[in-house]
Design a protein. Structure first.
Length: 200
């Protein structure tokens, strides 16, 4: 009975997830604002965020070694995006997909597995590709809508030049690799926390 209870998310777990989700979103917001400077920054925003947030994610998973942590983090992030007007259905779907995959990867490898947490983070980071992905999915109609929302014509024109299949693949590959690198950096920075949590 005790094992079943400890495997469930407790209030303190939810608070921990909420705190790290808020920090994760702040980093998201800073990078997103920078994305308004240049189209290329927006395209590679998921990779930049993946590179910056490894410590945040890895520490959160070290502290909350239970099923549901990633999913709740995704939900909180999506809700904050919705509240700030940055929400899109594509972003919601991408976050939902990667968080579910990430949860089962962590469960499959074991919550104390660094490899499992690292791969889960790399997958989770792909969720942010849902922000620039509509550029490829909806093309001119999406570009027209963001221009109507205030984007400059030169910025939108710059996006048009970046909508190749090669650029789309580069966005995904760069994000995955950046997240892996960030995860390793996070492990080295948080060695004491990982040792205490029993993560190897």
């Amino acid at each position: 009975m005790l094992k079943t209870e400890t495997n469930k998310l407790q209030i303190k777990d939810l608070v921990t997830i909420g705190i790290f989700s808020a920090i994760y979103f702040v980093v998201n917001l800073i990078v997103m604002v920078c994305g308004g400077i240049s189209p290329i920054i927006w395209i590679f925003m998921p990779a930049i965020i993946g590179l910056l947030c490894g410590v945040i994610f890895m520490l959160m998973t070290a502290k909350v070694q239970k099923f549901g942590a990633i999913l709740i983090m995704s939900i909180i992030t999506a809700l904050i995006y919705f509240a700030t007007g940055q929400f899109t259905v594509v972003l919601l779907v991408s976050f939902a997909i990667v968080s579910i995959i990430g949860e089962f990867i962590r469960r499959g490898f074991g919550y104390k597995s660094f490899t499992g947490n690292l791969i889960a983070y790399a997958i989770f980071s792909l969720g942010m590709t849902g922000s620039p992905l509509p550029i490829w999915l909806f093309g001119d109609s999406f570009l027209k809508s963001i221009m109507e929302q205030g984007m400059s014509a030169s910025y939108v024109e710059g996006l048009k030049t970046l909508t190749s299949t090669g650029m789309l693949m580069s966005m995904y590959v760069a994000t995955f690799i950046a997240a892996l690198i960030s995860g390793f950096i996070g492990k080295s920075m948080l060695k004491k926390h990982f040792k205490k949590a029993g993560i190897v």
